[in-house]
Design a protein around this ligand. Structure first.
Ligand SMILES: Cc1ncc(COP(=O)(O)O)c(C=O)c1O
Length: 392
């Protein structure tokens, strides 16, 4: 008999009743150190007091109001994002998938309004992840996501991740509307795109007019030690997708764009019942206030250094279990020699939560404010896991 919850997830036999900072607690009191943070969502830890206060004080006044009316919390958050980034304008969504949907629509409408509707192809990459909607799976293109769901949304051209010669060639086609890429692939296995490649994509977009579209759903919101990951390369996109961390655990996403890239999105071309609601934006404003503070970012980089150094040492001491550490900031991946899922399962037994990713990688995406002592404890627990999995 089919379970009452549609069985699209292989769930671990864990169930939490409370969260406290970087810890999740089961009903029997067992505590787990959470290095997954809801897959990069709980950017400021569980039950963060400042976010709880922002959410509950808003909840006492107004939960939902239609986008038919002015929403001051939404306006404030849009202003903050515009002030802090390349963007001139923001549309709020409830998830990363919805952000990707709008980004695709925005790029196509841009060329339609310029009288070139034939420019509708979006270049995307192997190993990418852009959500599970029809556009999202067509964009990512992997058989794992698309099998059985044909006919797929047309208009995506897939290239090997970071293959600059292939990108250069593909950008010569006259039907290219834009290029969509994660500056650090998350689901694909924590694969950072080299700065030189992001710079090269920017230059090719400038040459051809194609829109540079960055999916920062997982790597954005200070996760890599800059407010947005593309800042490391010193270039900025035309369109950017955001979600996960921006709501700190409350469902919130956004599409940021330049005035030119967004020029096709006039009244009536897009909408959302819940996108930019007062509750989500009250939390988003508080998250932005905290994570965009230069002192906070400096601390993220310091903590990232501590965690990375500890992991590098583990890799060096357990070369039959782990192969290498990769990633940027607090978006780290350990490429494993043993099966990554075995590492994740053994970590559960050690009271440590991690997330598997593609390319046999175990992902570590802790809260950005994880205390130093929790980093040390995580490394101790990881060492136990490695010792256990060491082939004899
Ligand atoms: C890079 C990227 N894009 C899009 C998505 C989809 O986001 P959501 O699950 O919030 O719809 C994800 C989710 O993991 C992601 O990592």
């Amino acid at each position: 008999m089919i379970p009452s919850v549609l069985p699209t997830y292989n769930r671990a036999p864990l169930s939490f009743v409370k969260g406290e900072g970087s810890w999740l607690i089961e009903a029997d009191g067992r505590r787990f150190l959470d290095l997954g943070a809801g897959i990069a969502v709980n950017a400021l830890g569980h039950a963060n007091p400042a976010l709880t206060e922002a959410l509950t004080s808003q909840a006492q006044n107004l939960w939902h109001v239609s986008n038919l009316y002015q929403i001051p919390q939404q306006q404030q958050l849009a202003d903050k994002l515009v002030d802090a980034t390349f963007a001139d304008t923001v549309f709020f969504t409830n998830s990363g998938t919805e952000s990707c949907e709008l980004a695709v629509k925005m790029a196509r409408k841009y060329w339609y309004d310029k009288g070139q509707p034939e420019r509708h192809v979006i270049i995307t990459f192997d190993g990418s992840f852009h959500g599970r909607s029809s556009a999202g799976i067509a964009a990512a293109g992997s058989e794992k996501m698309t099998k059985g769901f044909a006919p797929l949304l047309p208009g995506f051209r897939h290239l090997p991740f970071g293959d600059h010669d292939a990108i250069k060639e593909a950008m010569k086609q006259p039907d290219v509307a834009g290029i969509l890429i994660e500056p650090v692939q998350g689901e694909g296995g924590i694969r950072p795109l080299p700065d030189v490649c992001l710079k090269g994509i920017r230059a090719l977009c400038d040459e051809t007019g194609a829109l540079m579209m960055l999916d920062e759903v997982q790597c954005g919101v200070s996760r890599t030690g800059k407010l947005f990951a593309h800042e490391w390369a010193g270039v900025s996109p035309d369109i950017m997708m955001v979600a996960k961390g921006i709501g700190g655990g409350f469902p919130l996403g956004a599409v940021l764009a330049t005035e030119d890239a967004a020029s096709g999105m006039t009244a009536g071309t897009h909408g959302s019942t819940y996108g930019g609601n007062p509750l989500g934006c009250a939390v988003g404003n508080k998250v932005m206030e905290i994570v965009s503070d230069p002192a906070f970012l400096e601390d993220v980089n310091r903590k990232a250094g501590l965690l990375r150094q500890g992991l590098e040492s583990l890799v060096a001491r357990f070369p039959d279990v782990f192969e290498s550490v990769r990633g940027l900031g607090l978006m780290l991946g350990i490429k494993c020699k043993v099966t990554n899922v075995d590492v994740v399962k053994a970590a559960y037994d050690a009271g440590l939560l991690t997330v598997p990713a593609g390319d046999n990688v175990v992902r570590l995406l802790p809260a950005l404010n994880i205390p130093d002592e929790d980093i040390a404890e995580a490394l101790n627990r990881f060492e136990k896991v490695a010792t256990e999995l060491q082939p004899s």
